[in-house]
Design a protein around this ligand. Structure first.
Ligand code: C2E
Ligand code: CA
Ligand code: CA
Ligand code: CA
Length: 279
């Protein structure tokens, strides 16, 4: 027994060390990632289910490290939030996405919205409003082309502060969407006060539309709730024709997912848009 528990302990600490070694490695490498040009954005198209056209693109961060290879934002964003780098990285993401969209529109691409994910750390930072409006001014992109994605958890962390910030962003013409909707804890009374224009139905509910009756009911309930609050809905993680058909039938406004396209690097996104027929 002694031996076993000793082994368990040794195994546990080794796990922790492996974890912290990688954590440390990412943490260190991150300080050079921006300057070395290792970060890029991929764009995933978002479709109107009314007319089938591309109406937006979500910018998703990618980090290609020379030795560690391609790193997932799900792994490195929490580290960037801990070490504070998320502020510089988040500002870079916003400037890059806004500049890219301006470039596309100036080049004759049909206008669309670019959706940018915000971190809780950015959302809490007192400079957010100034930072966002400065970038839009600097680039010359009208604010209605930008949509900031924030989660329910971010808004519910300090609802009063969130409501005030959302009102300020809304006043400047910047749109917001609640990401991963349905997985958080926003009460209906707060949801009414959140000055957002869209609910993004979490992919966990979309995934089982084809077989699970429960998730079908949840998706329908979210679409109806949004309609009654005058909010648009977008479904994320759409992977099949049957999911799409169901969403369309229920009156979901927009959809995004591998069924249409995975997130694409700039050139591939441009080619995709050019070749695209209404879905
Ligand atoms: P998210 O905002 O919920 O983004 C959706 C994730 O689902 C993306 O993963 C996307 O590539 C993936 N996805 C899209 N369509 C499908 C589909 O049909 N099926 C499945 N299974 N997955 C799909 P990704 O790019 O790995 O990003 C993961 C998370 O990292 C994001 O979740 C977001 O929370 C965060 N993230 C990504 N870029 C940024 C960023 O620029 N800033 C911040 N703060 N967070 C970011
Ligand atoms: Ca998102
Ligand atoms: Ca999401
Ligand atoms: Ca998510």
């Amino acid at each position: 027994v002694k031996q076993a528990s000793h082994n368990n302990f040794a195994f546990f600490t080794q796990e922790m060390q492996t974890h912290s070694a990688r954590h440390l490695q990412l943490n260190n490498a991150m300080h050079f990632a921006l300057a070395r040009g290792e970060l890029s954005l991929h764009y995933q198209p978002q479709f109107s289910l009314q007319d089938g056209h591309i109406v937006g693109a979500e910018a998703l961060l990618r980090w290609q490290h020379p030795e560690m290879g391609s790193l997932s934002p799900a792994e490195f964003i929490p580290i960037a939030e801990d070490n504070g780098q998320i502020l510089a990285i988040g500002e870079w993401v916003l400037r890059t996405a806004v500049t890219q969209l301006k470039h596309w529109i100036d080049g004759g691409m049909a206008p669309m919205v670019v959706a940018v994910n915000l971190s809780a750390v950015q959302f809490r930072h007192p400079n957010l409003l100034t930072m966002v409006t400065q970038i839009l001014d600097e680039v010359g992109l009208p604010p209605q082309y930008l949509e900031l994605e924030l989660t329910e958890a971010m808004a519910m962390d300090n609802p009063m502060a969130a409501i005030a910030l959302m009102n300020q962003l809304h006043e400047r013409g910047i749109r917001m969407a609640i990401d991963d909707f349905g997985t958080g804890y926003s009460s209906l009374s707060y949801l009414k006060k959140f000055n957002v224009s869209k609910l993004k139905i979490d992919q966990s509910f979309v995934r089982d539309i084809s077989d699970g009756q429960d998730d079908k009911a949840i998706v329908t309930a979210i679409i109806n709730l949004a309609a009654s609050l005058n909010l648009k809905t977008i479904a994320e993680g759409v992977e099949s024709a049957s999911q799409l058909a169901f969403l369309r039938l229920q009156g979901c406004d927009e959809a995004q997912g591998y069924y249409f396209s995975k997130p694409l690097p700039v050139a591939a996104f441009e080619a995709f848009v050019q070749a695209q027929q209404p879905v």
